[in-house]
Write a protein of this length. Sequence first.
Length: 675
Amino acid sequence: MTSFSRRASALCAALSPLLIAAAAPAQEAATLPSVQTFFRNADVSAMKLSPSGKWLAMTAAAGNGRVALAVADVEGKLPLTVAASASNSDVRSFNWVGDDHLVFNVVDSLLGSTDQRFGPGLFSVRRDGKEMRELIKPRDSFVTGSPVIGREALGGNHALLMVPNDGSGEVIVGQAQWTARGELDTVNALRLDVTTGRTRNLSLARPEHVRAWLFDRKGEPRVTVTTWEGVTSIHWRAPGQDGWARIATGSSLQQKFEPRFVDDAGRLYVTATVGREGTEALKLFDFATGAPEPRPIVTTPGFDFAGHLVTDADDTVYGVRVVTDAETTVWFDPRMQELQRIADARFPGRINSLSCSQCKEPQLLLVFSHSDQDPGRFWLYRPASNAWTPLGAVRNDIVPARMAPLDFMRAKARDGLDLPIWVTTPRKDAPGLRDGKRAAVVLVHGGPWLRGGSWGWDGDAQFLASRGYVVIEPEFRGSTGYGAVHFRAGWKKWEGAMQDDVADALRAVAAKGLIDPKRVCIAGASYGGYATLMGMIRYPDLYRCGVAWVAVTDPRLLFEDTWENDSSDEARNYGMPAMIGDPVKDAAMLKSAAPLERAAEIRGPLLLAFGRDDRRVPVKHGTLMRDALRAQGRDPEWIVYDGEGHGWLKVANRVDFWSRVERFLDAQIGAGAPR
């Protein structure tokens, strides 16, 4: 055995106690993967190399059913160390602070989602698991097997913003300040020492109403974004200066550019629209002209720029990682281009993301390889010896060969607008084939002002495909990621053109002969739940049934100023009237756009599910809709999950919900459905 092989074996052996403890047996070919397979917590959530590249940290499932933070020596000379593990919480995300410390926050996945996003806390710990310190108080106490140092933790109104790369042992946190009405007014920036808990104010002379900060990699504040009464302003602080200069101001809904990155040379990278579709491209900002430079650095035709600069521990920019239909990395460095080619040749047909702490002459790379059929696997790669060390899979019990392929297509909406569509097609041996065609589920994303999908493994779609359903996910107008024209075409179109797009996407897929158009169900959460209800109203001949969870049932309720509604005054007064409709000026339109007002028009079977403590779409939306349907003699299947908010965090609830969905779909459009 070679020296490298011994080290690699030692590393695998070090990882195995943590990873194998969470592994579940692969599904037998003759059986369907269980619901649990798709909706349990991952075995390995993330892996990151330390700045020197000598250490590897990961979040992975531990033997006690919790997610722990562990650290391994990449040479395999030292045993795996569990740096943080608790009896009542899971480590949610983490970052290295130098080579000796990590910071992390927590969540409790055995409870529901109620308010958990408001209190993840922040802790620091040495890589050997010693000297754990509570930096920001979590919502609940973090019960560990060792004492937590520090009694002067910051309050829950603080959150991690970034980790500077300056060797200071400090992180930057944001401190939220609220108005008398409980509205967010300002976010202050503080430097926080992870070993002492001491803070240092970075907010001197800042503008009022700062909602976002942008720092260079050394942690120097360079950009603030302020928002107040529908107006957003961008301020710049140049290297060597203490004051702030305003470089842009205008409507919060139509900014001329968006600040994205600042490099150590003091250059500001922004995204600005280009071309007829108004897609966003990455540009440098020209301070002499006060506008983005005309020539883009990166353009992604047909897509808005979404990505980040790829740097190493020395903050040298080596490339840019972008997402079009799928993620790709454009390397500026010839050596990294060659290493990317090697990784892609070893794992063809997959996305292979390379990370290096020292990219100039990389001795070690962390490679994350994933695809539409594989949630992903981590590898260590040593270019000098061309040696690959497997580290672990995101989900051990997923068999990629049994997962369904995901395709991206574009069609035309009835008015000629470009219509992106994601289609997940079941394997040939999946159940449910009838007369050579399959039933379909139109899965509508929430938001609605976000991008619905990208090429990769998705548990919802893969679960439905494993049961034999073609899954159609339209990027209807109003979705982001496909240009300003596509985005703004959805404003005030909840009831009309946005629903037409969903129907047109279904018809475009049906025209390819993939599905039985008489066996289609529509489903979605939040806005997707609204689209489910309105789709069944507008197109009763297209959809045999509907599944709507945490669904908006009356857009007018979103404007209510009550304790159970977490929408801000800023959103209710300035954003939502323009994008959804003005409660006064557009009263008639909003009434027509309310499924609650039109419950009598819903004919097909319906499954409704809500979180008891949802503050984004309060359960009132559901109870009113349920009662309206019952009044029409059309009692829906009804579920309310206690302790959950706007979605299901608790694994047991996710498994229960999708088990109900499986039975419901089977009875309506699946094997158990009438012909």
